[in-house]
Design a protein around this ligand. Sequence first.
Ligand code: TYM
Length: 360
Amino acid sequence: MRILSGVQSSGKLHIGNYYGAIRQFVQFQDTADAYYFIANYHSLNEVREPKRALELTREAAMAYLALGLDPKKAVLFRQSDVKEVLELNWLLGVVAPVAHLERAHSYKDKVAQGKSPDFGLFAYPVLMAADILLYSADAVPVGKDQIQHIEFARDWAVKFNMQYVPGYDPADPDGKEKGHAPGILKLPSAYIQSSTQTVPGIDGRKMSKSYGNTIDLFGDEKELKKRIMSIKTDSTPVEAPKPVPGAEAKETSEAPEGTQPGEGALVSKVPLYDLLKVMLPEADFRDVDASWRAGGKGYGDYKKRLLEAFHATFGPARQRYAELSADPGELERILHDGANRAREEASRLMEKVRRAVGIP
Ligand code: TYM
């Protein structure tokens, strides 16, 4: 099974990125054929300062390694090192309906936040589909906010195959039944970990760089403490949390039901409780849950507990991150090797794609 995913290098990585995606990346590298990249072309929609763009790309790569991705097990590379992605981006653009792009949640949210509706932002899902389809991914581990993008990738792959592969039948996309041809572009599925599909930020909205409500993985200690201590709580004494819709959903490898929360929607009424649930080992969380329901402690105690959990979980990764910062040559070697492996795969697919569409 081929697994592929990426993160944008548009800012500091946060615990939403880890629990929603990167933790699953680490798990899959032991059992699957895994490809993970840094979406540094995508990040140019946000980062327009070249030095910063380079720095953030390097930081994202260091974060991957520090959090446990192993270049011997997975292919780690920069999106921009495999230029074939730009070619496939165009060829998918040829079949991608504007109506799909117009209803893309991420585009609408960003524009509602006041971002300029530039073409790069509008066409973001096309490049993302190219990222996925170029490597014939079966499953894409992501947080819930990316589901729609993966659905688009599937739709456009079907449309491409129907257009260009004689004998292709969307009901038999791999051509396993007699008489049908397999698609050139493989149909990917989202892999979502339900328990962490939307990690709340310190204000209860989805944790996101663009809301300024993140707990960063590799930020400085003082800021980390400040962020955790400012997690939104009521001034009333600690009470049992109200159930949050969807929070109890079972783990699944399929995209869960339900619609995308609108711009700025609350995803957690009690973010401190939900963050403890995300971060603590199950047995520890059961104790915290019991004490929370008994109303035994104040919010400050639970915030300290969360800070401790953060250090217990990410302390070693933060240490490795600091070590990696001191050896930029090693990082470059890893990315260079990953790019070569990714390019080999990409050029194989692109040969078929070019032949199919009539590009010499
Ligand atoms: P990005 O950089 O915004 O986020 C990286 C991953 O982190 C997940 N995530 C979250 N999960 C749960 N709760 C949160 N609060 C939270 N915030 C972020 C995201 O769902 C994502 O999985 N478009 C992608 C990057 C990309 C990509 C791709 C991913 C480009 N091409 C191809 C997969 C395949 C993005 O913006 O991720």
